[in-house]
Design a protein around this ligand. Structure first.
Ligand code: AMP
Ligand code: TRP
Length: 327
């Protein structure tokens, strides 16, 4: 089975990225041949600083390895190292409609936050479809906010297949039922995000323990005192419960039963400690890896080689079926 996912080297990666995506990369790498792509070409679609992009790319690579991606088992690579991605995106642009891109909620939301709305922000999902389809992907581990982009990738694949003959496998999304959408700790009706959330309500994967504890202590809770999972009525508590369920490996019902009649204080402390216990080893491994730039370069060169080899046959077939004269 082929597994593929992508993650942007922008902003500090947060607990939502960890729970909704990175943890599941680590889990799925056991289930087949897995590719994890640091999508630097996607990150230039909104305002950015070139120097920061370079640092963020290496930092994210170190973070992915620190979180448990195994370079002997999985292919971890940087998108711009594999030119098949932008080439395939251009080709797929011919089977993607203006209308379907215009309906993308991420485009609408991010477009509103920008003074300059780039053409790249609009065509972003075509590049994402190329990323996925080039690897004949079966399974795409992602958070809930990527559901619509995955659906578009499937539609683009189907349209290409019916116009030019069956080339692409249709990918399935793998979205966690609990934890697919972690909310901001200060404004629990908004998803946790470095661009759209609050700084105090966003827990960084690399935050030191004291910062993490402080953010959970000041997390907004709901009126009432019962620890109950009811996302519409009690978004703050439900979010904290989902976090504990995932990082502490507990059922939501077991958490409810254990805190029955006890109020919020001890519960919030337990969530904070479970998050510290999950993230602290990652931060320590990250610091070691980040210091060894030569080793990171080596691992990324290895990944790029494997990704080029795996994607080349599909790109070649696309060109041939579409009627291009090949050199
Ligand atoms: P990004 O940092 O935007 O490239 O997102 C990387 C991955 O994290 C994607 O699979 C997203 O769906 C996932 N993700 C981002 N924010 C959240 C969140 N608040 N909760 C759960 N998953 C998230
Ligand atoms: N658009 C995704 C995000 O913002 C990142 C991404 C790019 C991706 N290419 C991908 C995710 C391919 C899964 C598969 O999070």
């Amino acid at each position: 089975m082929r597994i593929f996912s992508g993650i942007q080297p922008t902003g500090a990666k947060h607990l939502g990225n960890y729970i909704g995506a990175i943890r599941n990369y680590v889990a799925t790498q056991e289930r087949g041949e897995a590719f994890f792509c640091i999508v630097d070409l996607h990150s230039i679609t909104t305002d950015y600083e070139p120097e920061e992009l370079r640092e963020a790319t290496l930092s994210l690579a170190a973070l992915l390895f620190a979180a448990g991606l195994d370079p002997d088992r999985s292919t971890v690579f940087v998108q711009s190292h594999v030119s098949a991605h932008p080439e395939a995106a251009w080709l797929l642009g011919s089977v993607t409609s203006f209308g379907e891109l215009r309906r993308m909620t991420q485009f609408k939301e991010k477009g509103e936050q920008q003074e300059f709305v780039s053409a790249g922000l609009f065509t972003y999902p075509v590049l994402q479809a190329a990323d996925i389809l080039l690897y004949q992907t079966d399974l795409v581990p992602i958070g809930d906010d990527q559901r619509q982009h995955l659906e578009l990738s499937r539609n683009v694949a189907e349209r290409f297949n019916s116009r030019h003959g069956e080339i692409f496998r249709l990918p399935e999304a793998l979205i966690p039922e609990v934890g697919g959408r972690i909310m901001d700790l200060q404004e629990p009706t908004k998803k946790m995000s470095t661009t759209g959330g609050t700084p105090q309500g966003t827990v960084g994967v690399l935050d030191p323990p004291e910062t993490i504890r402080k953010k959970f202590k000041t997390a907004v809770t709901d009126s009432g005192t019962d620890v109950r999972h009811a996302p519409d009525d009690k978004p703050g508590i439900s979010n904290l419960m989902e976090i504990l369920a995932i990082v502490g490996g507990q059922e939501l019902s077991a958490i409810e039963a254990r805190y029955d009649g006890q109020g919020y204080g001890a519960f919030k402390d337990e969530v904070a400690e479970a998050v510290v216990a999950a993230l602290d080893p990652i931060r320590l491994r990250y610091e070691e890896l980040r210091a060894d730039t030569a080793e990171l370069d080596r691992l990324l060169a290895l990944g790029a080689g494997k990704a080029r080899e795996a994607s080349a046959p599909t790109l070649e077939r696309m060109y041939e079926r579409m009627g291009f004269v090949r050199p």
